[in-house]
Design a protein around this ligand. Structure first.
Ligand SMILES: C[S@@+](CC[C@H](N)C(=O)[O-])C[C@H]1O[C@@H](n2cnc3c(N)ncnc32)[C@H](O)[C@@H]1O
Length: 337
């Protein structure tokens, strides 16, 4: 979901950073790695990660994505990702020269590392994950919580890189076997996605870019306000030139400009009574963003949110939030796609 901005609280309960717009700038909790965690990490940059986390704790800018939000959505993300893209991806990885030696994966906008925990154990072969994010606070969680073993038991190692993924160059991805990201494309601009596609195409490796919002939601039971809120939320996502629901079509075009073939598959969140906490947070964020975008909705939205949260708590609400996953497969060296 999109970046946080100015105050917007709608209905009961606060919005977690990342789920939607939050109120006054939140305080960032101090997070230190315990010594044994840092020592136990299979991370070449353990000391740097600790230093970065401490630096982040003292930084002025609060995290745009609270670890609590990323943790809350992780099971729904895992269930939603389009597993059918793993077949063509695994085939392509196995065809790489030197495939038996393993491969390097760059996870862009890794957050707390949810994509690695999902993907690394689903792919065979030794893997070295390079975890990229501009938020050092999240990077340390990603390093500590990274997967340790691949599908065939091979070793998985990680390192972290703090920086802006919108400035990636093909050189930064040199030697990459795979680029991946989850819930990233929709918070980038078209120019940033062009840069990312150019870097992936230049590196000649596949890219699995999952969970971009599609701009469609379905709530059962339906409410007459659903459509207005959807429209206002989508407009909020597009503010400041961010792609929001246009992310996947834009990425398709960006890869096509480099002659890269793209497969797209749906990856909807299905939030029923078993995911009440996530559904409630999503509702608060979704309605909050819509009202921030169209303040005239506030009164009706307050009533709507209260009723939706009550139905959610009673296990009487089903929400489908549509996303798409994209697999970009650059041509093989022999020219065959
Ligand atoms: C919605 S979160 C998704 C995190 C993680 N991939 C997941 O699926 O849980 C988006 C992440 O992208 C990072 N991010 C957004 N724009 C970025 C940029 N331009 N450069 C580096 N990181 C970025 C944020 O800090 C955040 O961790």
């Amino acid at each position: 979901m999109r970046r946080t901005s100015s105050a917007a609280r709608t209905g009961s309960g606060a919005v977690i950073a990342g789920a939607g717009p939050v109120g006054a700038p939140g305080e960032r909790k101090t997070v230190r790695l315990r010594a044994e965690e840092a020592e136990g990490m299979e991370v070449s940059k353990g000391a740097e990660v600790v230093a970065e986390a401490e630096e982040a704790a003292g930084a002025e800018e609060p995290s745009r994505y609270a670890p609590e939000w990323l943790r809350l959505r992780e099971p729904a993300d895992a269930a939603a990702r389009a597993a059918e893209l793993l077949g063509p991806l695994s085939t392509r990885l196995a065809e790489r020269p030197g495939a038996q030696r393993g491969f390097v994966v760059h996870d862009l906008g890794c957050g707390t590392g949810s994509m690695g925990r999902w993907l690394a154990p689903r792919l065979p072969g030794a893997q070295h994950w390079v975890l990229h994010d501009r938020d050092p606070y999240l990077l340390h969680f990603a390093a500590v919580g990274a997967a340790r073993a691949a599908a065939d038991g091979s070793r998985v190692t990680v390192e972290t890189r703090r920086g802006d993924v919108a400035r990636l160059t093909p050189a930064a991805l040199a030697g990459a076997g795979l680029v991946t990201a989850s819930a990233l494309l929709d918070v980038l601009t078209r120019e940033e996605v062009d840069v990312l596609a150019a870097a992936c195409a230049g590196a000649g490796c596949p890219a699995l870019l999952t969970l971009s919002v599609a701009g469609r939601v379905a709530l059962a039971p339906a409410d007459p306000l659903d459509a207005d809120l959807t429209e206002a939320f989508n407009a909020h996502q597009r503010r400041s030139g961010l792609l929001g629901p246009d992310a996947v079509p834009a990425a398709r075009e960006a890869f096509a400009a480099h002659g890269v073939r793209v497969l797209v598959r749906p990856s909807p969140w299905r939030l029923g009574p078993g995911a009440r906490e996530l559904a409630a947070q999503w509702l608060r964020g979704w309605v909050g963003a819509a009202v921030e975008q169209r303040p005239a909705l506030r009164q009706r939205a307050d009533r709507y949110l209260a009723e939706r949260l009550a139905a959610c708590a009673a296990g009487e609400l089903e929400v489908v939030v549509h996303h798409d996953d994209l697999l970009a497969l650059p041509g093989r060296p022999d020219g065959e796609a």
